[in-house]
Design a protein around this ligand. Structure first.
Ligand code: NAD
Ligand code: UDP
Length: 320
């Protein structure tokens, strides 16, 4: 049995990761400051004898003895990470330093949840890991993009200078149950709007593309990455290669919910990437047996059921 720390464990992805790691027979410590996460996401794990919940902020050092660390703590949607941009960059950078310091002291293996945002508004399509990106260092998305880029640098430097056993994954748009209903991301926005019979808000003309990965495929990839041989550091793209326009996503959601909602067009936010699609050759080669299994419509159906139950219970999401 391994003792594993998951920072950001009460968030959307973190809660699925905690669940899966417990199921695999590990002891899991879930650390979160509840900025965008919520106890509701992990309440079903609280009676598990090998699950522990810690309220803590990763910008402060944390002392514990663990074998592995998954560093996920960071707001991930533009609405949330732009709410307090200085805190966002502190979370990425100081959080990485604190968790790398911990990994160094206790000789734990540590995995960083990086992002496709390190590619910014990419000029190469699809994006391989070797692409350095096209990021505006002073724009509204910079606190997140540059924070995550700096965290990758820190991971590499702690590895080179202090032999810390690191892994980096670059996560592409991921969706599924336990996404925050008000996080402003396109999948949650459209589903909530469709279920409430409100207009679906397409930003721009809807021709921009994203590749949507279902959460279980991502968690599978992250765990496989953690188990790769010591010398393999990444970064590795983990995402679904099937690319859709935002207009296609809206049409699918309207059809699957049977909603009578209409589509309205709003201004495209500044620095909004026009295209995003991962090149996943490296992941398929290095993460033995990994591939995305869940098709968009199947994953959307699960996510729609989740939001349907959240909305019908009229649950209150207190954060932000
Ligand atoms: P999320 O907002 O649901 O989860 C982030 C969690 O981190 C929340 O529970 C939040 O309360 C916690 N947190 C934030 N700041 C913290 C701090 N200072 N100290 C402790 N905890 C803190 O978002 P998510 O979608 O689950 O994303 C998890 C990670 O994956 C993030 O690092 C994000 O950048 C990365 N990622 C996600 C996606 C995606 O599509 N969901 C894509 C790329 C990268
Ligand atoms: N988007 C949209 N309507 C919404 C929310 C988002 O058209 O209600 C667009 C957004 O402009 C972007 C895409 O959907 O082009 C994905 O946005 P999201 O915030 O989900 O993720 P990211 O831009 O970080 O990939």
């Amino acid at each position: 049995m391994k003792r594993i720390l998951v920072t950001g464990g009460a968030g959307f992805l973190g809660s699925h990761l905690c669940e899966r790691l417990l199921k695999e027979g590990n002891e899991v410590i879930c650390l979160d400051n509840y900025f965008t996460g919520t106890k509701k996401n992990i309440v079903h794990l609280l009676n598990e004898p090998y699950f522990e919940l810690v309220r803590h902020d990763v910008t402060m050092p944390y002392f514990i003895e663990v074998d592995e660390i998954y560093n996920l703590a960071c707001p991930a949607s533009p609405v949330h990470y732009q709410f307090n941009p200085i805190k966002t960059i502190k979370t990425s950078v100081m959080g990485a330093i604190n968790m790398l310091g911990l990994a160094k002291r206790v000789k734990a293996r540590i995995l960083q949840a990086s992002t496709s945002e390190v590619y910014g508004d990419p000029e190469i399509h699809p994006q391989p890991e070797s692409y350095w990106g096209n990021v505006n260092p002073i724009g509204p998305r910079s606190c997140y993009d540059e924070g995550k880029r700096c965290a990758e640098t820190l991971f590499m430097d702690y590895h080179t200078q202090n032999a810390v056993d690191i892994k980096i994954v670059r996560i592409f748009n991921t969706y599924g149950p336990r996404m925050h209903p008000h996080d402003g991301r396109v999948v949650s926005n459209f589903i909530v709007q469709a279920l409430k019979g409100e207009d679906l808000t397409i930003y721009g003309d809807g021709s921009q593309t994203r590749s949507f990965q279902y959460v279980t495929d991502l968690i599978d990839g992250m765990i496989r990455m953690m188990h790769t041989p010591r010398g393999f550091l990444g970064p590795v793209n983990i995402g679904n290669q099937n690319e859709f326009t935002i207009a296609e996503l809206a049409a699918n959601i309207i059809e699957l919910t049977g909603s009578s909602s209409r589509i309205v067009y709003k201004k495209l936010p500044k620095d909004d990437p026009k295209m995003r699609q991962p090149d996943t050759s490296l992941a398929r080669h290095e993460l033995e047996g990994w591939e995305c299994k869940v098709q968009l419509r199947e994953g959307l159906q699960e996510t729609i059921s989740y939001f349907d139950s959240v909305l019908s219970k009229n649950e209150v999401f207190r954060n932000v």
